[in-house]
Design a protein around this ligand. Structure first.
Ligand code: DP6
Length: 333
């Protein structure tokens, strides 16, 4: 007996203008813009089962629906099957090339890869007949930021005036602007509050309305800076947006704080080095303690070495802008 397996490799993305808060279920409070990565990715393999159940494995370890980590995976598979009217069960094997749930957008690559692999297995083809926007909608129902991982390069998620008018859009291809993302892993421990829980309380912050009102203008400047490959405009804008989002988190009720002493030390160090003229690099931080340092690809090796010298205890993941997901199939005996 032979079986066909579909292998989706979906990279993580780092938001330069962050998605924070929802108007309603998976309809974001604001537009966002991200850079799709290369090495930080989720690899998910899906194959059809004779039964109607789902079997999920991380490496050799089988997960069950009662496992808190696996809950989202099983419910997303059920959602996809119902939405697309597929009855067959699936065997899912998934793994990340980076530490999960600590601010390296594992839910983006994870839900993106699960969506693409499951659909390919059900449809029994790599190229889905579904439109990109439909796939983005399906991925977004698993995790909002996952929709941005379906395209390479620099990607906008436009919120639109109605949930059904949301869209993803490639603002520029990866080749347009080779930027590096040096991820400083200050802690690989999973965070205690998920971003999904944080989105729910975002609008309790007095800063939330101010932040969302300013995003339109920020998106405009970010788009122009990307078109012009203007790092000295994009960098400070991105830093402000990240700090702005964390200020909303810290002033929400209950307050949410992802920064640790190590996070602050890295951010301060980057600013000090920039001021001293040692390097041109800028930071952003997602829902976790690990700073992402963006710089031109040609400067990445030097800057990575400088970070390592200053913070020898922290692993650095040297990533860069990438071209987006791939899906392949293989027949096994
Ligand atoms: C801080 O996409 O993880 O990374 O839609 O509830 O799954 P859910 O949230 P998620 O939120 C990501 C928040 C962020 C910023 C961003 O990626 O834009």
């Amino acid at each position: 007996m032979t079986a066909k397996r579909y292998i989706a490799k979906v990279p993580s993305n780092i938001a330069l203008i962050k998605y924070w808060g929802k108007r309603e279920k998976q309809w974001p409070a604001n537009d966002s813009l991200s850079m799709t990565l290369t090495s930080s990715q989720t690899v998910t393999i899906a194959s059809r089962l004779k039964s109607s159940s789902f079997e999920v494995f991380v490496g050799k370890h089988q997960l069950f629906p009662t496992d808190p980590f696996a809950k989202k995976i099983f419910s997303h598979l059920k959602f996809l099957a119902t939405n697309l009217d597929f009855a067959d069960g699936l065997r899912i094997e998934t793994s990340n090339t980076f530490p999960a749930s600590c601010g390296i957008a594992s839910s983006a690559s994870g839900m993106g890869a699960l969506t693409l692999a499951a659909i390919a297995a059900w449809e029994d083809q790599c190229e889905s007949p579904l439109s990109l926007q439909k796939l983005a909608h399906l991925a977004r129902m698993g995790s909002g930021s996952a929709c941005r991982s379906l395209l390479g390069g620099f990607v906008a998620w436009n919120a639109g005036d109605h949930p059904s008018l949301q869209s993803i859009e490639q603002v520029a291809k990866a080749e347009h602007w080779p930027l590096a993302d040096l991820i400083v892993v200050t802690s690989a421990k999973a965070k205690s509050t998920s971003s999904s829980a944080g989105h729910e309380t975002a609008n309790t912050s007095p800063l939330f309305a101010i932040r969302t009102a300013g995003i339109h203008e920020r998106m405009r400047i970010a788009r122009e800076a990307i078109a012009a490959r203007d790092l000295s405009t994009l960098g400070p804008l991105m830093e402000t947006d990240a700090l702005d989002m964390h200020a909303v988190m810290m002033t929400s009720k209950p307050a949410l704080n992802y920064f640790t002493e190590a996070t602050v030390a890295v951010l301060q160090w980057i600013r000090d080095q920039r001021k001293a003229g040692t390097l041109e690099a800028y930071f952003t931080v997602d829902a976790g303690p690990n700073p992402h340092i963006l710089c031109r690809l040609e400067d990445a090796q030097k800057i990575s070495a400088l970070i390592h010298e200053a913070f020898p205890h922290f692993e650095i993941l040297n990533d860069q802008v990438g071209t987006g997901p791939t899906i392949d199939s293989e027949v096994t005996a």
